[in-house]
Design a protein around this ligand. Structure first.
Ligand code: DQA
Length: 379
């Protein structure tokens, strides 16, 4: 795949421009690391930056001859330019929109994107690493494009369905991404896993959900993941899914959400796999109080026990708690304590500690420990 990395106005100043918002990395460095990442995946990448709307439109037109995909940060044109949106639509080249900053938590005018509707995906608020995430997303999309379907009326109530080759019905893995329930992390985090499990004969339903803000949105978030799981019943009317063989797989805060999705959903899944899950919220205090307060709002002190997996056992379905022993984002103690408590409550619970793996290795098919993770997910 040939990727065009396109940057709009003022992004030539990266590194010196309001570094407290955009960081210290220069555009040249961004372009270099993007080229490297694309090549690691077996793709090529050309980079172009302009401060002029017309020049960006010309570059998009020219990409018809030279590119199969575009990673595009339109800068402030994002919020105004219907002409750029028309250009993306006209050339029909899959485009991922990237914003370094969290445009949803800055001035209200930055929340509007005129270009996003023409793009296949939007990544924001992850710093310059968002460009690399965009390349990974395009890579996995090129291996197996998802069918994106809504399970509710909100733009975040969607999921990506992927079906393996061959006739069904296929066992299903429901994937729930992490990111501390915050806005910038979205379901592309699980793309690699979604594509990899297909090769093992599983259909994958990689769900998005409403995250915070608004502060204290935990009811919406939990309601969404349960609704996403329940949506399988409707999906199974149209696609060959085996609803008697459903595994919920959640990573990090998605492990926490997966636990409650499985508890709340009308139709119980057959298995729960937690990958580096946040499963003992109480013990994360006070270090994680900022995140937890975002999730719980002013109910943190009074309500945490209601949304703490370890305090809501037994689960009633087989559990595998997987954790890398090099995880310095979420301590392996979370899984150790949870698995022990689940077993003590009567659940069939297994703890798998993955030697040498860090927090992100558990959702990265290129990590050396991947085979172990896959085995856990397959049950
Ligand atoms: C930006 C966000 C835009 O609002 C702003 O005008 C930019 C950069 C970002 O990468 O965060 O120039 O696209």
């Amino acid at each position: 795949m040939r990727i065009l990395l396109l940057n709009g106005p003022n992004l030539n100043l990266l590194g010196t421009r309001t570094p407290e918002v955009y960081g210290a990395t220069t555009l040249r460095q961004v372009e270099e690391s993007c080229r490297e990442r694309a090549e690691q995946y077996g793709h090529s990448l050309e980079a172009y930056q302009s401060n002029h709307e017309g020049a960006l439109i010309d570059a998009i037109h020219a990409a018809r001859q030279t590119a199969d995909a575009i990673v595009f940060n339109p800068g402030a044109y994002t919020h105004t330019s219907y002409a750029l949106r028309d250009a993306i639509e006209a050339v029909e080249i899959q485009t991922v929109e990237v914003h370094i900053s969290n445009v949803r938590e800055r001035e209200p005018w930055r929340r509007i994107s005129r270009t996003e509707p023409a793009c296949v995906y939007q990544i924001f608020g992850r710093g310059v690493s968002g460009y690399l995430a965009a390349i990974a997303h395009l890579h996995y999309r090129s291996i197996h494009p998802p069918i994106t379907l809504s399970y509710g009326g909100h733009p975040d109530q969607v999921g990506d369905l992927r079906l393996p080759d061959g006739p069904g019905s296929h066992p299903v893995a429901v994937l729930i991404h992490g990111g501390g329930w915050t806005g910038p992390f979205t379901r592309d985090v699980m793309d690699g896993m979604a594509v990899d499990l297909l090769a093992h004969g599983l259909a994958t339903w990689n769900i998005e959900y409403r995250r915070i803000p608004p502060v204290g949105g935990w009811r919406d978030t939990l309601g969404d993941v349960a609704a996403g799981l329940d949506a399988l019943e409707v999906l199974a009317d149209h696609h060959p899914l085996d609803l008697a063989d459903v595994t919920v797989i959640g990573h990090s805060a998605g492990g926490h959400l997966g636990f409650f999705a499985a508890r709340i959903a009308r139709r119980r899944p057959q298995r729960f796999v937690s990958l580096a899950g946040m499963l003992d919220l109480h013990s994360l205090r006070p270090d994680f109080d900022e995140l937890l307060s975002g999730f719980m709002g002013d109910e943190l002190d009074t309500g945490i026990h209601r949304v703490d997996p370890i305090r809501n056992l037994p689960m009633g379905i087989p559990i595998v708690a997987v954790h890398g022993d090099r995880d310095d984002a979420v301590s392996p103690d979370q899984s150790r304590r949870f698995a022990a408590a689940a077993a003590a409550s009567g659940d069939r619970a297994r703890l798998v500690e993955v030697a040498g793996a860090d927090h992100h290795d558990l959702v990265d098919p290129t990590a050396p420990s991947w085979e172990t993770v896959t085995e856990c997910c397959l049950g």
